[in-house]
Ligand binder design. Structure first.
Ligand SMILES: [Zn+2]
Length: 156
């Protein structure tokens, strides 16, 4: 008797083995996706290294739960330094984003904290932060931003 018939008679469900999809690694779509995935994985590694350097605790309050790695120079605007250990500080969620004394909610206070408590790192930031492109006109700068982000910036 045919095996299919036997299976059907016994009421067993035969798993259909899925054919492994062949991925064409030469496509633009694949390459873009690969770069994105690699970058994401590298950010995870970066985060781990920053936290290891800081003894896996919040540099501000010493908390050990829910530690995150903060980018001092924003990773959106300073992608070239987004995987630089000097550009990271381990912070608890409160000191990272969710309190009055958080790097994101109170950057002025955070910068002063960095200056006072991490002078070497502060020095690194000063050496790597860049100046606004004031040699360009305001309209030129808006145009650059719009082109880069593919959005329209409303100025009125
Ligand atoms: Zn903290």
């Amino acid at each position: 008797m045919d095996i299919k018939i036997i299976n059907a008679k016994l009421g067993t469900i035969k798993k259909v083995k899925k054919k492994k999809k062949v991925i064409n690694k030469d496509t633009k779509k694949y390459k873009t996706w690969r770069i994105k995935v690699d970058y994401k994985n590298n950010l995870k590694k970066w985060s781990k290294l920053v936290q290891e350097r800081d003894g896996n605790k919040c540099c501000i309050c010493g908390a050990i739960a829910k530690i995150q790695s903060h980018h001092i120079l924003d990773k959106k605007y300073y992608k070239e330094y987004s995987l630089e250990i000097n550009n990271g500080v381990s912070l608890c969620v409160l000191n990272h984003k969710w309190s009055k004394f958080a790097a994101h909610t109170n950057p002025t206070w955070f910068t002063l904290w960095l200056m006072k408590n991490r002078p070497e790192q502060y020095k690194w930031v000063v050496e790597h932060i860049d100046e606004p492109e004031v040699h360009l006109t305001h309209d030129q700068r808006i145009q650059i931003l719009q082109d880069k982000n593919k959005v329209e910036i409303k100025t009125e």
